[in-house]
Design a binder for this molecule. Structure first.
Ligand SMILES: NC(=O)c1ccc[n+]([C@@H]2O[C@H](COP(=O)([O-])OP(=O)(O)OC[C@H]3O[C@@H](n4cnc5c(N)ncnc54)[C@H](O)[C@@H]3O)[C@@H](O)[C@H]2O)c1
Length: 284
């Protein structure tokens, strides 16, 4: 199947970057976000990013003009998703929110449209009942910052048609990514499962008073040469995202995760990391 028009649902940290990356690589893209003020913010962010690409000599004025012509942002889901070939969902990592959205989408999208979720941990089979035909549903998990990071996990569930996985995999390659295609789904997929072990150990060391978050990061960055330690990474991806994940695990019956109270307290105080200027580190 040929992808021409892409709809990205959710214009937050990830959605806006996935969308703009797709537009830069020649796709017609609409970002849909239901929250007041977000469409305006996404438009202003895209303007600033593209102006920066010209200033740095990475894109020509003509390339930027063509990208802008292909990139729109709106708050009407039917107009955004109704004629899309590929819909990429990038709303908050909350099961109930995604489930509700997918049920609405099922009534709107074309029967041959592919739906891919950018969820960090949830396998797409959790949502297969939201769709009359789930053979065109899969995971497509980008890494942050999605305009820069090349790695993407495309994950097929037992309900996913081979053609769906291949089409999304080829789409990722066409926007400059280096994807892998997993034909057996598992929560958290590939890279997040691997780093999850390190993150868990980092939180254990902090919870039990062996190290501070900043010392865990120094151990990883200086001792192991990781580009970022787990707490600095949490600031980048959003402390609220980690909280949503830990909360879902805890409420699902898992033992209380290490550093749960610390992370919950930070979310309540609005210390969400880079996006709010404060997290484990200060950015303003
Ligand atoms: N933050 C990361 O580093 C990262 C990396 C990979 C994947 N992800 C995944 O990407 C998804 C989005 O994460 P994010 O960090 O961009 O979140 P975010 O909070 O920055 O953005 C979410 C956006 O979705 C919008 N939204 C919420 N409900 C909506 C709805 N029903 N319809 C339309 N828009 C809606 C919000 O207004 C917000 O703009 C999550 O599933 C997350 O797990 C995040």
């Amino acid at each position: 199947m040929e992808i021409r028009k892409v709809c990205v649902i959710g214009g937050g940290l990830m959605g806006r970057q996935i969308a703009l990356c797709s537009a830069i690589h020649g796709y017609d893209v609409v970002v849909y976000d239901s929250f007041a003020g977000v469409p305006e913010k996404v438009r202003a962010w895209a303007e600033e990013y593209l102006a920066g690409r010209i200033a740095k000599g990475k894109m020509t004025e003509a390339e930027v003009a063509a990208t802008k012509a292909r990139f729109t942002v709106g708050d009407d889901m039917e107009a955004a998703a109704g004629d899309a070939d590929l819909v990429i969902e990038a709303i908050v990592e909350v099961y109930e929110a995604k489930e509700k959205l997918f049920r609405q989408l099922n009534d709107i999208i074309r029967p041959d449209a592919i739906v891919a979720t950018n969820s960090s941990y949830m396998v797409s089979s959790l949502f297969q009942n939201c769709f009359g035909d789930a053979s065109r549903l899969c995971n497509c998990h980008f890494y942050n910052p999605a305009l820069v990071m090349k790695f993407v996990e495309v994950v097929q569930g037992p309900h996913t048609a081979e053609e769906t996985g291949k089409t999304v995999f080829d789409f990722c390659k066409s926007i400059g990514k280096i994807p892998i295609l997993m034909k057996k789904e598992i929560a958290g997929f590939a890279a997040n499962r691997i780093t999850g072990v390190v993150n868990q150990e980092g939180r254990y060391l902090v919870q039990n008073g062996y190290l501070t978050p900043q010392e865990v990061d120094i151990a990883c960055e200086e001792g192991l040469k990781y580009p970022m330690g787990p707490f600095r990474l949490m600031d980048l991806t959003g402390v609220d995202l980690t909280y949503d994940l830990l909360k879902a695990l805890y409420e699902g019956g898992a033992p209380k995760p290490d550093c749960y109270d610390l992370i919950e307290g930070m979310v309540k105080e609005g210390r969400l990391g880079r996006k709010t200027g404060h997290g484990f580190y200060d950015y303003v």
